[in-house]
Design a protein around this ligand. Sequence first.
Ligand SMILES: Cc1ncc(C[n+]2csc(CCOP(=O)(O)OP(=O)(O)O)c2C)c(N)n1
Ligand SMILES: [Mg+2]
Length: 276
Amino acid sequence: MTISKEKLNELTVINKRFRRTLIDLLYKIQTGHPGGSLSCTEILTLLYFEKMNITKENLNSMGRDRFILGKGHAAPMLYITLAEKGFFPKEELQNLRQINAMLQGHPCSKTTPGVELSTGPLGLGISAGCGMAQGLKLRNEDSMVYVVMGDGEIQEGIVWEAAMAASKFKLNNLVAILDNNGVQLDGTVEEIMPMGDIRAKWEAFGWHVIEADGHDISSLSDAIDEAKGYKDGPSIINAKTVKGKGISFMEGKNIWHGKPISKDEYEAAIKELEVI
Ligand SMILES: Cc1ncc(C[n+]2csc(CCOP(=O)(O)OP(=O)(O)O)c2C)c(N)n1
Ligand SMILES: [Mg+2]
């Protein structure tokens, strides 16, 4: 079903607010990962505020949908989203990345309510996601498992082992979303390790591939609906995104993978976010 105009407007406002919160938090702590957080903002908010069956009330129930942030370094945007869902008090955000705080640099399922799996080492999200999806099937649950991966992340060999297993076991309750921003930590994907024809690779591994614009909520929404409706095996949404989306001087630049934000840069970023 096409996403409603009201929901679209609501999510647009949320995305703008979340980008502002992210910049405030990362400027304050002078560390963290702005680029990869800004490229998956729409993906996270659409999943949590529209598509997934997950709430404060069903957080521990078997029937909930599962979300895994494979690219764990984008934790700040996940935390902002989880706090908005009410999984923990928003005040916790102010302690981001502080020693002994709940919200560490990468998601920890032991300390943070709503974090389904601890991630950080790239590639393990999709593997664990396969296991979760298989487990849910064995229990006849109809919950979905969503895994967000980076385009640098899929260079990891473990991703392709998981890809093989997911199609062998026909995990049609598993949906991977590729945050395909063309950039990794220290360069473009093309420079570091070109991935070639992404669609052909995933199709060769038995996956249903859906193309989407990762910053266009309607496009993403249609893609998620198609993935949910596909019953012959796992689906992957190839979401075209921009690393650092929303802040012109960060867009498409690998230096913004994990650079502290200076005072001048902070002020420029805030100005841009005000006029969106
Ligand atoms: C196994 C592993 N190798 C290396 C790293 C260090 N690392 C963290 S993020 C990153 C780049 C990831 O790029 P991408 O997946 O494209 O993420 P995004 O562009 O969305 O930030 C690397 C190499 C890691 N976390 N895990
Ligand atoms: Mg990338």
